[in-house]
Design a protein around this ligand. Sequence first.
Ligand code: PHE
Length: 337
Amino acid sequence: MLEQIPILRQEIEEKFSFISDLKGLETFRLEYLVKKGKIQALFDKMKEAPSEQKPILGKELNILRKFVELKFEELKTKFENSQINEPSIDLTLPGRKYQVGSFHPVMQTMHQMMDIFIEMGFSVAEGPDIEDGKHNFDSLNFPPDHPARDMQDTFFLKNGNNLLLRTHTSPVQIRVMNGMKPPIRSIMPGRVYRNESINARSLAEFHQIEGLYIDKNVSFAELKATMMVFAKKMYGEHSKFRFRPSFFPFTEPSAEMDITCFLCGGKGCRVCKNSGWLEIVGCGMVHPYVLRNGGIDPNEYSGYAFGFGIERVTLLKTGVDDIRLLYENDKRFLNQF
Ligand code: PHE
């Protein structure tokens, strides 16, 4: 029986040399190291051996078992460590693309516009989306029978005590004037709402940037220059603009600025209603009544105000010819900006 021990040892050493992972090691354990394994089998056999052989058999078998157990632990540690170090992923697979978010094109335009005005010295103010009739209409010199006050044009809140969704950012002018002393140079971005049918050119919910400049001796020439500088920065040195007289209850005189239509280049098409021009901003000198409603003495101060439609500016900037595309949330569309 004694001679079987070196034979088993040789067999085991050979096995060890072929084991290359934890799975192989487990197969080995089940064959040799469990209670019914080959090593224990020899221990069991020892009982049948003549008693004078037993001490030497026991000693040799214990040496073998110690050796196998040590080697087994050593390999186990080695394979476990290599499992941690070697990634279990397939490094030859192509990488996963991460989708990086970005600002919506309308917000990009808004930030770009704000940056231009901030550079000119304007600071940013905000007002509430839910306004009262006083700020949205009365203080801005809308006569009591003005059509904008109609339910057809304005979303009123149910039982809202004359509360409404602001139809423009101009009520923030009043809030700014009430809150600070001239000189005032503010831009007021925000969302506005109109009870309008939705089509390629207009939405019921959109964005504006209001501007307000109040100081001593502010002139219309300054307003015009500011609008020109803005438009050139936004659309490039060679873009073409025109000023048209217009009317707003809260400015006098009033004007609108147009830019050459992006689609037809001025020839006339469906986007510009065949005029070749697109309106981007309403503006004018702040009406003396409005200054007074804002707590400012019109004999001492004058000022100008303007209001841009941000979606409109975005269409002109990007060449998108239907305003509704901006809000369909189609990623194939949005990814282009
Ligand atoms: N509030 C006007 C509008 O919504 C725009 C405007 C703002 C005009 C400021 C003049 C001065 O059309």
